[in-house]
Design a protein around this ligand. Structure first.
Ligand code: ATP
Ligand code: MG
Length: 345
């Protein structure tokens, strides 16, 4: 059963455990953690060496006995114990002590749309391990819509697209609930992976996923759909010799390489629009689609969605933190419970 606003208002902190980043909002203190969901472990002693930004910087640069792990994969906590240890370190001693002092610690968390019971259970267990006596789960789509200020509780349609690292979720919302939604398992990671594969196959260049950002920027300017002569230089390692090498890359070819994952995303949008009642689709013509999530910042993605749907598309302010900010608003009691409450309650 989805959590009610009253239950959420009683929570002390809220967590968004993402495939790329972990974010924590503490009631009264605001967003206290926004760090990569990464931990570095000493495999000999089992000790945690680093978490968050420090651990991410170690990726691919560690000696044998240090392993960099991601306890959240594909939007699901796959290693509960490691996720708990990572969260404890990210929160820090002071914040953890102040949370522990609450007599009945309550937590909220957002989970992907239609997450399976096992995935939901894993999120709950992670927070119970952190001392929470009760955990309320909220659909990421609702949290993100509240976080970017969409009037979800009104009797008119709003459309949101949550572009995460592991998945893209699209929904039409009205009267505080989801009318139609889709979760496509394609996000920023899949786009980066397509670029890495392209460089490997076409240029015999190996490159870690985290180094493709300059290519994202190169796509900027003429968008994802338009082809135009532009090139950018990128440094990597030769597949055959293993030596450092740099190549000049035609951005039009990169744009083609990422079309496949992005087509899956567009198909998801079309499916949601098809499922949606015609009256609501008419509302959407004016308001359009709001994009949130870190991958909403992928240069040209908004333009591509605009061209594919013919609808207005806007990117929320600070799109990456919308979901956790939405949870925060619910915790602080900043949203009106009007329509979400049954009549006469
Ligand atoms: N400026 C940017 N340009 C392109 N991509 C970006 C930018 N900033 C962040 N990203 C991408 O956004 C993704 C992270 O987004 P976000 O923080 O919403 O993910 P997440 O919440 O951890 O993932 P999920 O919700 O799928 O579990 C990463 O794949 C990252 O590469
Ligand atoms: Mg997310």
């Amino acid at each position: 059963m989805p959590a009610t606003l009253e239950q959420l208002r009683r929570c002390h902190f809220a967590v968004d455990l993402g495939a790329a980043r972990t974010r924590v909002y503490v009631k009264g203190a605001g967003l206290v953690v926004d760090q990569p969901s990464v931990a570095a472990v000493n495999t000999r002693s089992g000790a945690l060496i680093a978490v968050g930004d420090f651990a991410e910087r170690m990726t691919g640069r560690t000696p044998d006995y240090i392993r960099v792990v991601r306890p959240v994969t594909g939007g699901t906590v796959i290693d509960i114990e490691m996720a708990q240890r990572m969260l404890r370190h990210l929160l820090g001693d002071r914040m953890r002590r102040s949370l522990r002092r609450k007599p009945r610690l309550r937590a909220a968390a957002c989970t992907p749309h239609e997450a399976d019971p096992l995935a939901r259970r894993a999120t709950v267990e992670t927070l119970v391990g952190l001392g929470a006596r009760r955990v309320e789960l909220v659909d990421t789509l609702i949290a993100a819509a509240v976080g970017c200020g969409l009037p979800v509780e009104r009797a008119e349609a709003t459309m949101i697209m949550v572009c995460g690292a592991a998945a893209t979720q699209v929904a039409v919302l009205s009267l505080g609930s989801i009318v139609a939604a889709e979760r496509v398992p394609v996000g920023g990671e899949a786009v980066d992976h397509a670029i890495v594969q392209h460089l490997r196959l076409e240029h015999a260049l190996m490159l870690p996923s985290q180094s493709v950002r300059p290519l994202h920027l190169a796509l900027h300017g003429n968008g994802l759909n338009l082809s135009g002569p532009s090139a950018t230089e990128i440094h990597g390692r030769d597949v055959a010799t293993g030596l450092a090498r740099s190549v000049v890359i035609d951005t039009a070819a990169v744009r083609d390489a990422i079309q496949t994952p992005l087509t899956a995303v567009l198909d998801g949008i079309y499916r949601v629009l098809r499922e949606c009642p015609p009256d609501l689709v008419a509302d959407l013509g004016d308001r359009g689609i709001t994009m949130v999530g870190g991958s909403a910042l992928l240069p040209g993605l908004d333009q591509m969605v605009r061209e594919a749907t013919g609808m207005p598309v806007s990117i929320a302010e600070r799109p990456d933190v919308c979901a956790v900010r939405g949870l925060g608003e619910m915790l602080e009691g900043n949203i009106e419970p009007l329509v979400l409450k049954p009549l006469g309650a």
